[in-house]
Design a protein. Structure first.
Ligand SMILES: C[S@@+](CC[C@H](N)C(=O)[O-])C[C@H]1O[C@@H](n2cnc3c(N)ncnc32)[C@H](O)[C@@H]1O
Length: 226
């Protein structure tokens, strides 16, 4: 396909397809709550800022709702890291439809051990105090790993390694709403805790908006903060 042809992505699987293909009831342990509303996935991706010709890592793409919104913003390269290989066929389809427009790489594996310096080795390293590098991490994180993952990433930020070897790489992430509130809680706020201190020591944090639990399939018991 030539670079000027228009980008036509296949439709997202329907909720019915998801239930049939991925046995929704059986996969709670991987925190699989999917966003199937394009307006919400577009809003999440818009929050990440300018992506055209930039590099993006998406954590836990699942059936690819957020992935489609990212691809539509035409980054130079998108690496999706997904632990559950049942999503491979759906993600392969998205990769094929994006060929010639966006370089999509699918990594079936655990984000906790993902090597950013290998995946994004073509990005030039930026001085920490200069403008941030053209690399963004975006994810509707699995609740089962989100706090552990953020603490691991904070350590990497402090050491300027992994995704932060390139400079001040931005993250646009979802958390259980209460966790998002704790991350941004100011001094004297009743939600202020160790997590607030750790996150605010190493990052500029913002709670951009809340996504109601009912926007997810299946619906989690909690709302979600971005
Ligand atoms: C909350 S779902 C979000 C799916 C999709 N991004 C969406 O918004 O519809 C979390 C996704 O992360 C995946 N996942 C869970 N643990 C993971 C891990 N350690 N590394 C990579 N992906 C993981 C799950 O399989 C699932 O697809």
């Amino acid at each position: 396909m030539s670079a000027t042809a228009s980008l036509r992505l296949p439709p997202l699987p329907t909720v019915r397809d998801l239930v049939r293909l991925y046995r929704l009831r059986a996969i709670k342990q991987l925190s699989q709550n999917f966003l199937m509303d394009e307006r919400i996935t577009d809003k999440i991706v818009k929050t990440a800022g300018y992506l055209r010709n930039h590099y993006v890592c998406e954590v836990g793409p699942g059936p690819g709702g957020i992935t489609r919104s990212i691809i539509n913003r035409k980054p130079k390269k998108l690496i999706v890291v997904e632990k559950d290989n049942r999503f491979l066929p759906t993600l392969e389809l998205l990769k094929e439809s994006s060929a010639g427009h966006v370089d999509v790489e699918i990594e079936i594996g655990d984000i906790l051990t993902y090597n950013f310096e290998k995946g994004f080795n073509e990005i030039p390293k930026h001085n920490w105090y200069e403008a941030p590098p053209p690399l963004h991490i975006i994810g509707n994180l699995p609740f089962s790993v989100s706090t552990y993952l953020i603490v691991k990433w904070l350590k990497e930020i402090s050491l300027k390694t992994s995704a932060w070897a390139y400079g001040r790489t931005s993250m646009t992430l979802t958390f259980q709403k209460e966790v998002a509130e704790r991350i941004v809680a100011a001094v004297a706020d009743k939600q202020r805790c160790r997590l607030s201190l750790m996150c605010q020591t190493w990052c500029d944090v913002e709670h951009k908006f809340t996504i109601p639990g009912k926007a997810f399939v299946p619906k989690p018991d909690v709302d979600v903060g971005l």
